[in-house]
Design a protein around this ligand. Sequence first.
Ligand code: DX5
Ligand code: ZN
Length: 217
Amino acid sequence: MKKIQVAPSMLSADFANLAKDIELVNQYADIIHLDIMDGVFVPNISYGTPVIQAVTNRATIPVEAHLMIVEPQKFFREYRDFGISSISVHYEACVHLDRVVNQIKELGMKAGVAITPHTSAYNIEHIVTVADYILVMSVNPGYSGQKYIPYTTQKIAQVKSIIEKNNPNCLIEVDGGVGLSNINEIAQAGADVVVAGNAVFGAENPADVIRKLQVTL
Ligand code: DX5
Ligand code: ZN
């Protein structure tokens, strides 16, 4: 039996009252998801070092960083020192992805490889043998509150079969447009962890949504 882990994305949190939302996530969720954007790899800028550190200082559950930036390796050591336990980098942003993934692991963190919607699942066939998780983006990275792209479900299943063949320890994380209406198909397709921004922080009862997303299979 497996239970889906839920990683609320702080991009949808109330930045004027961040402490309150961190406490909520600490209490009910499994992982804190930080979306780091540089306005170069993606058309948006999210937040930088002071905000990241403010979150890690208050977090009592693991914090993961999703780096939607070019040259992500510049920040690995700093984020590790803040207490971040997992970092995902984009397949599309790293020319020497194998080297970058190994740099994360050498610093003692878990390494994830994120793929945008247009990237074929088959591109992860080799990197999956060194990665700890594959982050399948189900929206085009850059913004929270977007609609789930339906063909992602088939891609999750393809990633799952590649993982089973090449490195069964590698997990699948799904990020973008995840909510109560599609959690079952995402879980069935092979997700282990789901990221949810708008579905959690836009809800009247975020704790209840987190609980409902933590489906058991
Ligand atoms: C998009 C980010 C996601 C996003 C999730 O670029 O990587 O983590 O904020 O937000 P929702 O769940 O609202 O799509
Ligand atoms: Zn993300």
